[in-house]
Design a protein around this ligand. Structure first.
Ligand code: S3P
Length: 175
């Protein structure tokens, strides 16, 4: 039985494994998962690509922040956050102040292999034919912010969803 009952934040680049691991952890811990991308898509009833195109990235980021803030005061849950959520200063301060912020880190090649077959409309910031390079460029721009937010860094290359989840569960049990 887990004693640490604070929210769990999963942050990291696209394709680092946040959503898959978040869903698994949610079952293991029997607590809900809140996926910021799904929250936004359901709220506007539009794909991420369309939101970016019609309203701009800024609007998307506002909704990402809203998703976080709206659910912070509720019961313990797992927040699987879109890769760009760390771009917002208030979000960063929430992540930094939590003992349960897990940065999922992997190579651009690993991310690419995980997302290459996903629907293009999920990730308008990257080009299908230039995936690895785009991911690497974005990572380098954001690296410092990701690192400053993380209370724990989990390397997710060459690991299964179960392996990563077990790593997180053991950290949660110790804290
Ligand atoms: C983004 C990551 C995506 C999604 C949007 C923007 C980003 O989420 O929020 O396409 O800026 O890194 P995932 O990290 O779940 O792929």
């Amino acid at each position: 039985m887990q004693k640490n009952n604070e929210h769990i934040f999963l942050i990291g680049m696209m394709g680092s494994g946040k959503t898959s691991v978040g869903k698994f952890l949610s079952k293991q811990l029997n607590i809900p998962i809140i996926d910021s991308d799904s929250y936004i898509i359901e709220k506007l009833k539009m794909t991420t690509e369309k939101i970016f195109k019609n309203y701009g990235e800024k609007k998307f980021r506002i909704l990402e922040k809203e998703c976080l803030e709206k659910n912070l005061n509720g019961k313990q849950c797992i927040f699987s956050m879109g890769g760009g959520s760390i771009l917002n200063e208030k979000n960063r301060s929430i992540f930094k102040n939590s003992k349960n912020t897990f940065l999922f880190q992997c190579s651009a090649l690993t991310s690419k292999s995980r997302i290459k077959n996903d629907d293009k409309s999920m990730r308008p910031l990257i080009e299908k034919n230039n995936l690895e390079q785009d991911l690497q460029t974005i990572w380098l721009k954001r690296k410092k912010m990701y690192k400053e937010c993380a209370t724990h860094t989990i390397i997710t290359d060459n690991k299964t969803i179960e392996n990563i989840s077990m790593e997180i569960l053991s950290i949660l049990n110790e804290s």
